[in-house]
Design a protein around this ligand. Structure first.
Ligand SMILES: [Zn+2]
Ligand SMILES: [Zn+2]
Length: 710
């Protein structure tokens, strides 16, 4: 008999060697190859496994009828050692197979993410070998159905399970619940849960996860109360899922209750994912103080908890604090990951701060995260929102992978600037690339059509393409249509579209029509629309201002006075105009009519110079928009120092002559500033970008990307 020579590393002290050389089994390890193979498989020792295999081949035991168990053990060995093709070869060569042979191979395929192969094997097993699956095989097949989303096949397995009474095996039941939950068949999952007594925590976790993933919050709460009634011990996964549910519900009271329950249990507190779920819950419930307090009390902080707290600040509108935390995290020696960068870039986008954004970009590039899709998407968003659409496009063009968010961010970025043609080009490329447009895509696309005045095309997208893609138009899409009709000057059509389309219009839609009547000087319509808005939102400051501007343009000063009185009575104050400009690492803030800036008088002089420069180009101050009931000369004085004019003048003073200037303004730009900035862009040959409360204005060569419509 040939002797079995073991490789030298097996003799080294270790788990495998010690189990091989237990003295009392000394003679059996050669006589019991199945046991040996199991040890090799469990310790994933391919070298030893192959040696045993060779030994068996020489002994010629494989092909014999008694060898079925040995072959099964070999299949199990190769599966565990990730040698699927070897396992398959052995399996195919078997003259006779039993349920274990099938099960071992299926488990291997499932483990390697080849769920469809498992389903194919299952079919052959029943049809060709005419074999009855056992509970292990059914569990493997049901799990494969979950992994590849095959609910129909899953249901058939459910039939097998019922026929053979296997539903009482807890793991079969859990696999079924998991399969239904993952395949959006939450009702199926609930049925299994309800019908079979004795649920364990794993069943509940699966159902809760499924419900949460599909936004079925009401049902999730019902399951939660079932769980409370059953007095089960919750594990970490349960708590993480429940905090996720509470975050979506934004139910702080429930959050506090569950948090106190965690503190009373014996589960491991120092779990980074559980801690992050608690921080996230407080953040989403709007309790940033609680989130921070909890975060500060943690024994250790890792990148997950840091990123969650930064995200909580972002969600609560504390963008600067979010960026400060990012810096602090790095100072504490924590290396940011792709999520940390994405969250921080989005915070910087919300501040429209190119300064922060550029720094983050450089840092992401240095850390090797530049090509990560969520970082790329956040970079595009940051550049688009910070007024550098060219840089957004550069990131977009160079990004190695794109998903629907990538495409949507670029399309809506262009649309927001009024670059309709570019937006539609990106949309065409998206279709050509085979990416399926979604709800968000069409908001960008329709607003691009609106900018370009493409009425027919807009309606085609709304009525045909969206339907083809199975997307039900929402109020945002219908609002784009109102904008589309308005911009094309079809105000009557826009008004009747709003009156007859069965959709719950919001204030944004009505304000779109109000803006349109202001731009097209259709004051009768404007008044009607303003009445609707004031009825809906009695404190909507912008509406009063626009209405008062319209009266002023009609020279109906009595009405202007009346509106101002109404605003006083309702305690609605005109928010002061504020503009920001970033120059070399400092943000300068300008408020109309204030002299707080240290270089105030020099800036005012510069405004005077610029206005004198554009007078020959046809600039006449448009005093109609001034609310003050004062002399015209005085009105001109007020206009002169609107915050954006101050910010632009300062930018021109402090930056090289070719540098674009980016200003952010809190209110809608007035007509006079718009005209003045257009002419300043021509006179100084500069690109001037202003983001007001409505959109981006990209001024170049005396024109604005909004085409004078905003
Ligand atoms: Zn102005
Ligand atoms: Zn504009």
């Amino acid at each position: 008999m040939p002797t079995l020579r073991l490789p030298s590393d097996v003799l080294a002290p270790g788990k495998f060697a010690s189990s091989l050389f237990k003295p009392k089994h000394k003679p059996t390890f050669l006589e019991d190859p199945i046991r040996l193979l199991k040890v090799a498989a469990d310790s994933k020792d391919l070298k030893v496994g192959k040696t045993i295999h060779a030994h068996l081949v020489i002994k010629n035991q494989i092909s014999s009828k008694t060898g079925i168990n040995q072959t099964n053990s070999l299949i199990n060995l190769y599966v565990k050692c990730d040698q699927l093709s070897l396992a398959r070869k052995l399996f195919d060569l078997m003259h006779e197979r039993n349920v274990v042979s099938w099960g071992a191979l299926m488990a291997g395929y499932l483990h390697n993410g080849l769920a469809l192969e498992v389903l194919g094997l299952f079919k052959s097993m029943i049809l060709i070998d005419n074999m009855c699956p056992n509970e292990y095989i059914l569990t493997t097949v049901i799990s494969s159905c979950s992994n590849c989303g095959r609910v129909e096949e899953g249901r058939q397995c459910h039939g097998h399970v019922l026929k053979r009474g296997m539903v009482f095996y807890q793991y079969v039941k859990n696999a079924l619940i998991h399969m239904y939950s993952k395949c959006s068949e939450v009702e199926g999952a609930m049925r299994v849960l309800d019908m079979v007594p004795g649920n364990n925590i794993i069943s509940y976790n699966s159902v809760l996860n499924g419900l949460l993933e599909h936004g079925k919050l009401k049902e999730a709460i019902e399951v939660l109360s079932m769980m409370v009634d059953e007095h089960l011990v919750w594990d970490t996964v349960t708590y993480i899922t429940i905090f996720g549910l509470i975050a979506q519900l934004k139910n702080l009271r429930l959050g506090l209750q569950v948090h106190s329950r965690v503190l009373k249990t014996e589960i491991e507190w120092n779990n980074a994912f559980l801690n992050s779920a608690i921080i996230d819950m407080y953040g989403k419930c709007g309790k940033i103080i609680n989130a921070m307090k909890f975060f500060s009390c943690l024994q250790t902080h890792n990148v997950v908890s840091w990123t969650t707290i930064i995200a909580a600040y972002l969600q609560n509108g504390c963008f600067e604090e979010a960026l400060n935390l990012f810096r602090k995290m790095k100072l504490e020696g924590i290396t940011p990951n792709e999520y940390s960068f994405a969250v921080s870039l989005n915070s910087s986008a919300c501040l429209s701060s190119l300064r922060h954004g550029d720094l983050l970009h450089a840092s992401a590039e240095k850390s090797g995260f530049k090509n990560h899709i969520i970082v790329g998407n956040a970079l595009i968003n940051m550049y688009a929102k910070s007024g550098n659409i060219a840089a957004a496009n550069e990131v977009f063009s160079n990004i190695p992978y794109r998903n629907s968010v990538t495409w949507n961010t670029m399309i809506s970025g262009y649309s927001h600037y009024g670059f309709g043609k570019e937006a539609l080009n990106v949309f065409q490329d998206m279709l050509a690339a085979g990416e399926c447009p979604n709800y968000v895509t069409y908001i960008g696309v329709l607003s691009a059509c609106a900018h370009l005045g493409l009425v027919q095309q807009g309606f085609y997208y709304l009525n045909c393409l969206m339907k083809e893609n199975g997307i039900e138009p929402g109020v945002e899409h219908h609002t784009c249509i109102v904008m589309l009709l308005s911009r094309a000057g079809l105000l009557d059509k826009a008004e009747s579209y709003m009156r007859f389309t069965p959709v719950k219009w919001d204030v944004v839609a009505w304000r779109t029509l109000l803006n349109a009547s202001h731009v097209h000087r259709n004051y009768g319509l404007g008044r009607r629309v303003a009445d609707v808005i004031v009825e809906m939102y009695p404190n909507d400051e912008g509406t009063y201002i626009l209405l008062s501007n319209m009266y002023a343009k009609e020279m109906r000063w009595d009405r202007v006075v009346k509106i101002r009185k109404l605003m006083r009575e309702r305690n609605i104050k005109k928010e002061p105009g504020v503009s920001w400009v970033e120059i070399r690492n400092t943000t300068h803030v300008f408020v109309s009519e204030d002299y707080l800036h240290p270089e105030s008088s020099r800036i005012r002089e510069k405004v005077g110079e610029l206005l004198a420069m554009i007078k020959p180009l046809g600039y006449v101050p448009d005093i109609a928009a001034v609310l003050h009931d004062v002399e015209d000369e005085q009105k001109e004085y007020y206009l002169r120092y609107h915050s954006e004019k101050l910010a632009i003048a300062y930018g021109i003073m402090k930056t090289p002559s070719e540098a674009p200037i980016r200003v952010i303004k809190n209110l809608r730009m007035c007509d006079d500033c718009h005209t003045a900035v257009k002419l300043i862009s021509k006179a100084t040959n500069r690109v001037l970008i202003i983001r007001d409360s409505n959109r981006f204005h990209h001024f170049k060569d005396g024109c604005c990307s909004c085409a004078d419509y905003w």
